[in-house]
Design a protein around this ligand. Sequence first.
Ligand code: ATP
Ligand code: MG
Length: 478
Amino acid sequence: MISSKPLDIPCSLQERKVLEKIALAAHELGVPAYLIGGFVRDKLLGRKTKDMDIVCVGDGIALAHKVAESLGNNIPVSFFKTYGTAQVKWNELEIEFVGARKESYRQESRNPEVSAGSLQDDQNRRDFTINAMAISLKDMDYGSLLDPFDGIGDLDRKIIRTPLEPAQTFSDDPLRMMRAIRFASQLQFTIEATAFTAIRENAERIRIISQERITDEFNKIMLSPKPSVGLDLLYKAGLLKIIFPQMIDMVGVEMYEGKGHKDNFYHTLQVVDNIAENTRDLWLRWAALLHDIGKPATKKFEPGHGWTFHGHDAVGGKMVQRIFTRMKLPLSDKMKLVKKLVELHLRPISLTKENITDSAIRRLLFDAGDDIEGLMMLCEADITSKNKAKVKRYLENFELVRKRLKEVEESDRIRNWQPPVTGEMIMDTFGLKPGRIVGELKSAIREAILDGEIPNTYEAAYAFLLEKAGALNLTPVK
Ligand code: ATP
Ligand code: MG
């Protein structure tokens, strides 16, 4: 029995225990087994990781069942016979089992012809050298690192490199182009020059990959420490223009009468990086990515004034749903949040001017609701001036806006607020059916309260309603 033998990677006690159980099960079945891929890479990098990939020279599903049995009673195994893969969940760990395979690809698909193979065959079909390293779970060399392509050297040099010829690797499975860029962004590694050239040359082949998988990788880039690394690589590789053409419309600076505007693409990348320093929330990062997406469509040169982008907030807001639909992102509250932040992203700036009334502050609190903090974060991230004094002044201005927001919210409780007289009450009072007039009366009450014209009480709102309705010749029915 293998017990507490050393491993070439640092593992917790629990992980060791599981690996030893897997080794024992594999030994009993007589199949050589290895820990491989992301887990090995991440452990060597000291990153957190919970999914283990086990490859065995034999039947992966049978091994999964045996391991599940040895881990305890009734541990379920989910498996896919067609792919020969199985998954076991145990505590926080997700353990994936597969038989070693050899692959050959056809031009029109990323689904290869698969046959059983050796560990070496399996390592050859892995995407990057740093993802091809294995730890043996065999008795003979238990715990030792099997690294045929010097993945460990590449970890050290911080390089993304393919085990085999890069052009072939990316053409075989174009998703690997997204993965290369995603790893470069997550790990802050460099993609080897020949590999990057191969990505540029094969960019068009990304079209055979499903949108869900592309978006999955894109979101991993968005969640990386400095998303601009991956986004810029996507642009330079020629992938962005295929998967996200609206971003490309933001690239570049147009000159007219000697005046240019800022490059909205690189400005956006900076804003995404800025917000990434303060939040891991994917959707706030998406809001940063899309905040200026309406600029290309609204760009104008106004003589005597320069470049303007009037209405880019509203136009951008309208584009959000289309982009989410195309990217197969959820059309849920998250989409609504992104849309709202894009629409509102200029509002706090307008509140940094002098003599701002409480009613302007109330209005923003009402419109932003609970997302006010996210909105302020976006606005602060939107400051990308290189002039330190300017940045400091802008930030101080936003600090004042935050203070006012806090004061007004404390006194008026306007976030998530609803006016004291509802649409139903209006219909009851005047015997009206739902329709335009009810909507108008309702918003008149809301506006009057937000503007501070009348106090936020039922009595004042009702009196105001009677007055407004009177002007429309409406009389109460009771
Ligand atoms: P993460 O779990 O952070 O997404 P990972 O490298 O573990 O990163 P997985 O999708 O979990 O990625 O895949 C596990 C392993 O399977 C990888 O490390 C790699 O060896 C291999 N692999 C995954 N996708 C591909 C692919 N498209 N082409 C070749 N090998 C792949
Ligand atoms: Mg993984």
